[in-house]
Structures are given as C-alpha cells and as structure tokens.
Design a protein around this ligand. Structure first.
Ligand code: GUN
Ligand code: ZN
Length: 437
C-alpha cells in the first residue's frame, strides 16, 4: 500500500447536472497493491489511519484523475499541424498519404511508439484510439499500448470506397482481420477491441453489415466512427444512402448503442440527437479539430437538451495536439463564440469532460474517471516549473475552481510531472521522481 499526499481535484458528480468540483487541499489517497484506491480524505486523517504506509509527497500543483481521450488517431501523430484545409482535402492531402505508409510494419511500429509517447506525456491514461487500415499496424498499436500500460480501446479501420485504393478492404476480409485482432487482444490487460468503419462516406452497407457482425460477436467490444463533421461530407453521405440521416446509416445496422462513440456531430438534426440519447450512445467533441478544419461550432446545448452523453477527444492529427487541457480550453472558447446558443462552461465542466465523462462514454466509470475509493489510481500530477505563468497563476488563484481554470488556460504537456495507471507510475523515467518519506 502507498499513501499519496497532494492537492487532489476531481469531478465525481456531473457539473451539467449540478455537481460541484471536489477538492482536498492537503489530501491523502491510499492505493493498494492492485492499484485500487482504498482510502481518501484530508491527509492528517488518512495518515492517522495509516501510520505505517510509505508516503509519496506530491507537493505543489494539483493531482487530477488521468485524462480520457475518446477520439484520437494513432496513424496521424506525424502529420499533426497540417493547417488550411477542410476535412476531405485534409484527408486526401495530409492524413491518408501518411496512413498508407503504415502498411510497412517497421514504420508502423515507430509511429505506435511516437503515438504512445504523445498520450503519456499529455497525461492521457485512457483512450479510444482510431487504429490503422492495416491489421499488422493495429497489432503494433495494441502491443505498444500494452507495454506502456495504457487503457486503450482500438481496432482495425475499415473502408470499401472513396479512399485511395491501398486503404480499401472488402466486407469479408475486414471481418476476418477484425476477428483475428479481437482474438489476440480484446480483454488482454487494459486493452479492448473497437469496431471501426472510417465513416459512412467510405463504407458501403455491406461493409457496415460486416462491422455489425464483429460488434455483435465480440462480447464487450466498442463501436466508433465519425459523424456529421463537415457540411459537404454530411450532404454526400445523405446522397450516398438515399436520404438517410448520418447517425441512422450506422443505427440501421445496429451499430449505435451504449457501446458506441461517434466523433464530432457538429451538424446533427434533432432526430439524430434523440436516437443517440435513446440508445445511450456517446459523442466525442473534438474542439481543436473542429476549429482547425473549420468544421463548425459544436452544439453542446442541443446535446445536453436531448440527454446525449458528451466527452472530449483530441482528434490528433486534425486536432492540434494530445493535450486534453488544450481541448478543454478550446471547448470553452467555442461555447463562448456561440453567444446565447453556447453553454457557459466553468473549469469544473472542463475537468468533467476530460475525465469522468470520458470514462462514462467508454463504459469505464466504475473503474476510472475520478479519484474515489474503489476506483483505480489513474492520476496526473500537474506541476508547473517554478516561476512559469501557470505557477504564478496557481499562486494567485482565488479558489480551487479558479486554480483549475488556470490549469486549463495555461497548462501544457511540459507541466505534466507524473502519470499513474492502476497505481503504476508509467514512463517514470521521463519525470522527476516524487519525494518519498
Ligand atoms: N473522417 C474520416 N476520417 C477522418 C479523420 O481521419 N479525421 C477526421 N477529423 N475526420 C475524419
Ligand atoms: Zn477523427
């Protein structure tokens, strides 16, 4: 058992439903040898109950739950920052030429290493990862995530039209390769399989039916894809599917349920929101991607009005980095720009979206998302360098809510001092070791 001492901040109760930020200014958390939190409270009280445990001091900054990224593309880590294009041009000119390179196994292994480093350094401990069109590259992703100790749900990306030929497959081949990957990796350690058609724009009904077979047959698998991202794309999907709504192109194959996460949904009609809500499906809001590609301003209020689950995604590489702090800040900006149609977000909402909401979207809310007793110790220690603007801001914050706002406004990956998953400090060599006594 280990006793951590820190300023602990988390969101066990949904701020969109009136929940408040929870904070322990001088807190203690006891973690057992399986990585589960067994006690939590004021440090003095927890220490009194656990006088013999080793104490790991995490002085300064704040300890947050591990961040949860519900939409991030592994093959795109090396093309982040391709600016100036709308979605389909960006795919053709920037993303897909790079994705084709992952046919080479050695290349894919290098990309998987870069990708995992990006997640860990950003404090992301759980992710729903958009995989590769090549099964060998998906093997590399699972293996890299396993070695790093991350909680990763991912799978083979499948398409049978509209993309460059080397990225296309067939429904039968897609099914066989997906089942093989799921057999090798689903349920192993912290890994799970995600059925992943790229988007309806590049997947025929026959391909979506093949996805449905995998989704049904692999117990506990997840479904993820893109939806309603760009107005031209939305119109094309409607034309390709004879007037069907975008969400319904998936739902018609049984692909929209509690285990489904659809990225973007910037341009939904009410019927689609009602369907997502009734099925318990989640939407991954990807604010820097929506800004970089000019996709539009996410209608968060309409999602909330319909009762649709919403969490955050970085959408690397259309999104401009791995940091969910940056995504949270960009989400805030975009709601401000919506004026009366926007949602007034506080830092508590941003933390909820970046942690608990993500865990809920991925069906992991019983295990991670906040730092309550009974949950896994997945945590991020945000600690700025002495004298940097975040350090100054934290020193002058008027409240915990204000301090957390400064973390979102000013925090970068260089302020991530330590990352734990299931009680294991992952990639410990990259961080200064916390003091023990
Ligand atoms: N739609 C289909 N593929 C992609 C992708 O790689 N990124 C984004 N942002 N949207 C997509
Ligand atoms: Zn995406």
């Amino acid at each position: 058992m280990t006793l951590y001492r820190a300023r602990i901040v988390d969101t066990p109760c949904d701020p969109f439903a009136g929940g408040a930020l929870r904070a322990e200014e001088d807190g203690g958390i006891v973690v057992d040898d399986t990585g589960v939190i067994t006690a939590r409270g004021a440090f003095a009280d927890v220490r009194a109950d656990h006088p013999d445990e080793v104490v790991i001091e995490l002085p300064g900054g704040m300890l947050l739950p591990g961040l949860v990224d519900t939409h991030v593309h592994y093959p795109q880590v090396r093309v982040i920052g391709g600016l100036g294009m709308p979605l389909l041009d960006w795919l053709d000119q920037c993303a897909l030429p790079e994705e084709a390179r992952l046919a080479d196994v050695a290349y894919a292994k290098g990309v998987a290493r870069d990708f995992v480093t990006g997640l860990v350094d950003a404090g992301t401990t759980t992710a729903l990862v958009f995989g590769s069109h090549f099964a060998t590259a998906v093997d590399s992703m699972f293996a890299a995530a396993d070695v790093a100790g991350l909680r990763v749900t991912t799978g083979l990306v499948v398409s049978d039209r509209s993309l460059r030929p080397e990225l296309l497959s067939t429904p039968d081949r897609a099914y066989d390769e997906a089942r093989g990957l799921a057999e090798r990796w689903h349920g192993r350690g912290r890994l799970r399989y995600a059925v992943t058609p790229r988007f309806s724009f590049s997947a025929s009904d026959a391909m979506l039916e093949s996805c449905a077979a995998t989704f049904k047959e692999v117990q506990g698998s997840w479904f993820t894809s893109h939806v309603n991202e760009n107005l031209f794309e939305v119109a094309e999907v409607r034309r390709l599917f004879g007037g069907t709504n975008y969400v319904h192109t998936y739902a018609n194959h049984g692909l929209v349920d509690r285990n489904s996460v659809l990225a973007h949904n910037v341009h939904p009609v009410d019927e689609e929101l009602a369907l997502l809500a009734s099925q318990g499906a989640s939407v991954s809001h990807c604010p820097t991607s929506n800004s970089a590609l000019g996709s539009g301003l996410f209608p968060l209020q309409r999602h909330l009005d319909h009762g649709v689950r919403v969490a955050l995604g970085s959408d690397v590489g259309a999104g401009t980095g791995f940091s969910l702090l940056k995504e949270g800040l960009q989400a805030y900006f975009m709601q401000q720009l919506l004026g009366a149609d926007g949602v007034a977000l506080t830092s508590a909402h941003l933390l909820w979206l970046a942690t608990s909401a993500g865990a809920d979207a991925l069906g992991l809310a019983d295990e991670v998302g906040d730092l309550s007793v009974g949950k896994q110790f997945d945590a991020v220690w945000v600690l700025p360098q002495a004298g940097n603007p975040l350090d100054v801001g934290l020193g002058n914050a008027s409240s915990t809510l204000d301090a957390l706002a400064k973390v979102f406004a000013l925090g970068t990956t260089t302020d991530i001092e330590g990352v734990w998953v299931g009680g294991d400090q992952i990639a410990a060599g990259r961080f200064r070791r916390p003091a023990t006594r």
